[in-house]
Write a new protein. Structure first.
Length: 280
């Protein structure tokens, strides 16, 4: 039985129901509620068109619609040429981040160490590897490979890890071997279809192998605190946003068993990390 708050929230969603010319990528529903919008010229909108994010009223997946074309974004949509990131409390983070990393390790270090507990060796493919920061940590444990569409970033990654870096988008990528682990660190929120993307990733993994997804957590403390100014929206660049519920549903839909450990989906987390295993 629903609580009073759940009933009120459900009624509010019905009042704001919108039908768009798209289907939900996760459940194929067609009823959505608009969460936020940013007109052209808004501080948070770098695009030359209005931006809006919607939530599916059936499965709760959050998505950007419409998605700006590269020509409608700064630098032709090139991720490496976008406007400087706005950071709150920069003075505090300048002090706290190095201290936190010294005490607990960087996000890459923590992810790889957690992954090594369930798969201590083998081959690892990092999709959207950028300049190779995660691979530089992972090479202590795994035979490392990367996939990166930017030639500039891919060359830096090659110099850093000395391994195979394929210059390609995920959609066009092919490999002659299967991998024990595939990581997507801040990637799944950029794709045009999470279902298609993760289905493609599934084809790269050995039976019993592992996928690791890291993404900003929709519904986390920062999201609730900052609303339409939440940096996780990465306005115009992030196409889909996930809670633990919707990311788990995506992994299960594409054939993975979501692991109960390790997992990073605690109430106070702003970053969501889930591990999944391909069925044997």
């Amino acid at each position: 039985m629903m609580t009073t708050k759940e009933m009120r929230d459900a009624m509010e969603r019905v009042k704001t129901k919108e039908i768009l010319d798209v289907q939900c990528d996760l459940c194929h529903g067609m009823n959505f509620s608009k969460l936020h919008e940013w007109p052209v010229g808004d501080f948070w909108n770098p695009a030359s068109i209005p931006l809006s994010v919607y939530q599916c009223m059936c499965c709760e997946l959050v998505f950007l619609h419409p998605v700006p074309s590269p020509e409608q974004l700064p630098g032709g949509g090139d991720w490496w040429k976008q406007r400087p990131e706005y950071r709150r409390m920069r003075w505090w983070k300048k002090f706290w981040e190095p201290t936190r990393y010294a005490l607990f390790g960087t996000p890459h270090t923590r992810m790889i160490k957690a992954t090594s507990r369930i798969c201590p060796g083998g081959s690892l493919l990092d999709i959207g590897c950028g300049t190779g920061e995660l691979l530089d940590v992972a090479k202590k444990y795994y035979e490392c490979h990367g996939l990166e569409p930017s030639p500039v970033a891919a060359e830096v990654a090659r110099q850093k890890i000395g391994g195979e870096i394929v210059e390609s988008t995920l959609e066009n990528a092919t490999f002659s071997k299967l991998f024990d682990i595939v990581t997507l660190f801040s990637v799944i929120e950029h794709v045009t279809s999470p279902t298609a993307a993760l289905s493609k990733v599934y084809s790269f993994i050995k039976p019993g192998g592992i996928v690791v997804l890291q993404t900003p957590k929709y519904g986390g403390p920062a999201c609730k605190l900052h609303g339409r100014g939440w940096k996780g929206f990465r306005h115009g660049y992030h196409t889909f946003l996930f809670s633990g519920k919707t990311l788990s549903a995506l992994m299960e839909k594409t054939g993975f068993d979501v692991l109960s450990f390790p997992k990073r989906d605690r109430p106070l987390d702003d970053i969501l990390i889930l591990w999944g295993r391909k069925k044997e």
